[in-house]
Design a protein around this ligand. Sequence first.
Ligand code: VIB
Length: 221
Amino acid sequence: MPFRFGDLKQRSRASWEAYCRHDFVRALGAGDLPGPAFRHYLQQDYLFLIHFARAFALAAYKSRDLADLRRAGDGLRAILDVELDLHVAYCREWGIDEAALARLPESRATLAYTRYVLDTGNRGDLLDLHVALSPCMIGYAEIALWLLEQPFTRLDGNPYAPWIAMYAGDEFQQAARDEREWVDARLARVDAARFDELVEIFDAAARLEADFWQMGLDLAD
Ligand SMILES: Cc1ncc(C[n+]2csc(CCO)c2C)c(N)n1
């Protein structure tokens, strides 16, 4: 049986659940996440996105054919032209201006996660890097859809409703599906020993995503 993305989730179930069902996520859905926790998360996410963009540049470097090179280039451009602009606008609504973002000290959770992804890509190949990126790329899309199904989620008067709508929206859902397809196609060709290595990377990245939410809740530096 060829391996698929779902097998990565299955093998890392505890870490994946801890990430996707985190208290921060539930509070976003219920609309009762304290404002300072969201603001702290947003600020650190700005720094996260900058390193994430670098990871796509690394994916370009690690690409062996034009299709993968284009995919990496498109991902990098999407972060620079769409994601970061949206993020800065979102921060402004939450009273954080861009000059303040540029001066932010990086939290340990941001440092750990982003540098782990970059190191994984540096020492490994393009599949290692994509597996390290997949909890971010695919997890947020799953989280947004899950929230829309939960009885505790309310959208009326929820200050986080635009956040949920953005990740539940067609553009993000399509990007997540594309990523999943790419990973599925590559996983279909790996043996069990190689899959074990990839599970280790996936599990670490999922744990680091959960730590990122926790950093927001704890206002941790
Ligand atoms: C900690 C953290 N993890 C995941 C995302 C979500 N995300 C970041 S870039 C991207 C798609 C590429 O354009 C997605 C889905 C985030 N914002 N912050």
